[in-house]
Each structure stands twice: as C-alpha cells, then as structure tokens.
Design a protein around this ligand. Sequence first.
Ligand SMILES: O=C[C@H](O)[C@H](O)COP(=O)(O)O
Ligand SMILES: C=C(OP(=O)(O)O)C(=O)O
Ligand SMILES: [Mn+2]
Length: 456
Amino acid sequence: MTSQTHDTASASAFAELDAYRALEAKQQPSWPDPAAVAAASAELATQPPLVFAGEADQLRERLAAAARGEAFLLQGGDCAETFEAATADKIRDRVKTLLQMAVVLTYGASMPVIKVGRMAGQFAKPRSSDTETREGVTLPAFRGDIVNGYDFTPESRTADPSRLVRGYHVSASTLNLIRAFTQGGFADLRQVHAWNQGFVSNPANQRYESLAAEIDRALKFMDACGVESAALSQTEFYVSHEALLLDYERPLVRVDSRTGDLYDTSAHMLWIGERTRQLDGAHVEFLSHVRNPIAVKLGPTSTVDDALRLIDKLDPEREPGRLTFVTRMGAGKIRDVLPGLLEGVRDAGATPLWVTDPMHGNGLTTATGYKTRRFDDVMDELLGFFEAHREAGTIPGGIHVELTGDDVTECLGGSENIDEEALATRYESLCDPRLNHRQSLELAFLVAEELKRLGR
Ligand SMILES: O=C[C@H](O)[C@H](O)COP(=O)(O)O
Ligand SMILES: C=C(OP(=O)(O)O)C(=O)O
Ligand SMILES: [Mn+2]
C-alpha cells in the first residue's frame, strides 16, 4: 500500500470506530469542563502507546491455547488501582503474588499459566449509584483516581480531566516496572523462594515454601543434565483493565503500522464490565473495532442469546483467543445459571475462553458499613465453575480475581479467619474488597487441585 492509501484506510477505520460516539455510553463521569476534557484527550493522543500491537497478538494466541485447554489464564490485581499506591514496593508485591500463584497453578496442573495483571490502567470504576451521601451531605460518587478524588469534599469529588493524563503516566511507570521485574531476572524461576520472602509467615506460604523446594530440586536436576532454557529466566506478563472511560481509551487507539489495524494501546487486553455490556451501547461498539483480545463480564441475568449476540458483534470471525467471557454469577447462582449458558454457546459451535470471576457476584456489606466478601463464597463459586464445565463438557480456562500483595483485611475468612471485627484493622481498598496475599495463595492451591482433577 502507498502511504496515501494507508492514510485513507486508517481514516475509514477511525470513522468506523467513532460510530460509538452516537451511542449511549453508561457510567461516564460528568465532566464540568468539556474543553478541558478535549485538551486532555488531545494530550493523550500525542503520547506514545503503552503496549505494542504485536504483544496483544501474542496474548491472543496464548488465550486461544487456554480456550483449547492447553493453558490457563490467571488475571488479577486491584479492584481500583490508585495513584498513591503505584509505588515500587506495592507493585513488586502484587507481581510477586501473581508469580507465586502462577507457580502453584503451573506446578499443580502441569500447564502453562498466562499471567495478566489488573494493573497499569485499572483506575476507572463503574458505580451502583452516581452519588454518595454521608451524614446528610450528598456528593458525586468516587469513580476511580483517573476521574476524581476519594476525599469526601466537593472539590475532590469533582471530575477533573487532568487526571486522565496523570493516569496515563502512572500506567506507564507501573508498566515499566512490571517489564523490568519480569524480564530483568526477578521472575527467574530460580527466584521461586525469593518471591515468598517479605510476607508474614502463614500456613499458605509455608505450603508454598515446600512446593518451591520441589521446584528447586527439579531445576538443579535440569542444570545437572545441562538443560538450558530461556523460558526459566523470563516470564511473559500482560496488563489489562476495564475499558470503561472512553475519553481515556479513544486517544490511545492507534494504527498498527504492520497491518493498518486499530489497537487500543492502553493495555494488552481490555474488558467490558457487567454494567456496560449493552449490545447497542458505546462500549461494545468501541471494542468491536480494535484488535486486542477482549473480555466481557457476564452476570447472573445473562442469557444464551446475550452471549451469542456478543460473540457476533465482538468476534464475528470466531477467532481463537479474541473473546473471553468472564462469568461472575455469585456462589448461590452459578450452579443454576452457568451450565445452561455454557451449553447454549457450545451448541452454537462457538468456543470463547471461559473464565470465572468469583468475586463480583459475592459482595456484601457488614452492619458496620464495610464492603466485603466471604472467602468461602469465593471458593464455592470457583468449585461451581469447575462443576458447570464438567457438566457441559466445556473448558474452564482461567480465573479473574481482585487481590493485593499487601496484608490487608478486606475479605472475611481464609485460614487466618478474618472476622467482621478484624475488617477494620487494615481495610485499604477504595472500592471492592481484595484477597490478601495469604488468601490469594490459598485460592491458587484450591484451583490447582481442581486443575489436577481435570487431568489435562
Ligand atoms: O468493581 C466493581 C464495581 O465498580 C463495584 O463493585 C461497584 O461498587 P458499588 O456498588 O459500591 O458502586
Ligand atoms: C466492575 C467490575 O466488575 P463487574 O463489571 O463484573 O461488576 C470489576 O471487575 O471491578
Ligand atoms: Mn471490583
């Protein structure tokens, strides 16, 4: 193609993308100053992409393997990242937690684990209510650091478009550190013990320690045999977030110079949330025009028809790895709802990647006002997910969890038995409750058992 025909082709691709502008976009902030939003978007449009299109393609291939049952997706991180918590220590501890979980899963299941952080861009939050009332004062709800501040004052809660640009820069520095850790030796499998250090000693990381010792012995054996593999010293690590805030996502859509295709370069993988997955809505339209791997959350009211129409819109070619469904049904509903959904999609001949989010259908608020989840409900939804797939003969391809490497007390239960009273001691999340480091490892051991049972 000459450069002129290339320009014409990308102009028409952008025109198709912009069809979303005529559709309803739910869960967007009301920015008080539209000119300032336009200026922030224009600034973002001049910034370099955060990811390379070829990386997104590689992830799509990995996800295709997971949809075939030859790999397993581990996607996790904060509910809402914050600018303040984008520190070296906190990013390192989240990466370490995901690496540890991946080792538990890989070793348990003898299967490659695809590591995808809810990191480097997971800043925008959909809310149940547009406003929050405290002691008779009503203000706009907190919609994530990329929109407004958490402090309960009118100034802080006013949507501020300069946060869009700051969100980009915090994402860039977070991603930079993730790349440094995962490619610069920190993720070397010979560091399997080191990832466990610095966390409060507990039964889950003691169990991890003995698994790490087995891995060490296996590595020494391989060394002694002269087996060398670059795969041991580096790991692929991808980033993802909910593509919620279209004023942030749109300026980061770029043309892949290799193919002329559009990619949303804010992350490798993007998902559409339960609240914004309307077929005639802006989010579905927008993501139908970019080539990244896309996920859609499916809550308990989802029908087979919803799923099939999403497939037709987002993955008309039924390209392996393009589309992931993340089901978040709730422990009490998954066994009733999921088998029928799996069967309907299976009978239509489609093979999306099926992943469970055992967190978002299991929220509750305590009498003292803490948003929390019971670890037992999370575990129960996980088991229900594996059961439903056994029933339908389909492939349980991954998990999507809200977690942190920090020693927080946000979810009830787990082996340290966090109770309602303990929630107050280290509750740090600005949105949903996350599994702490120990609960995350416990969950990984349970999933590893289920994967072993599958005997893949
Ligand atoms: O992360 C998910 C949603 O943003 C969150 O669950 C909404 O919480 P809310 O019901 O407190 O608004
Ligand atoms: C908002 C989220 O989930 P859902 O769309 O499933 O409610 C989330 O993943 O933080
Ligand atoms: Mn959440």
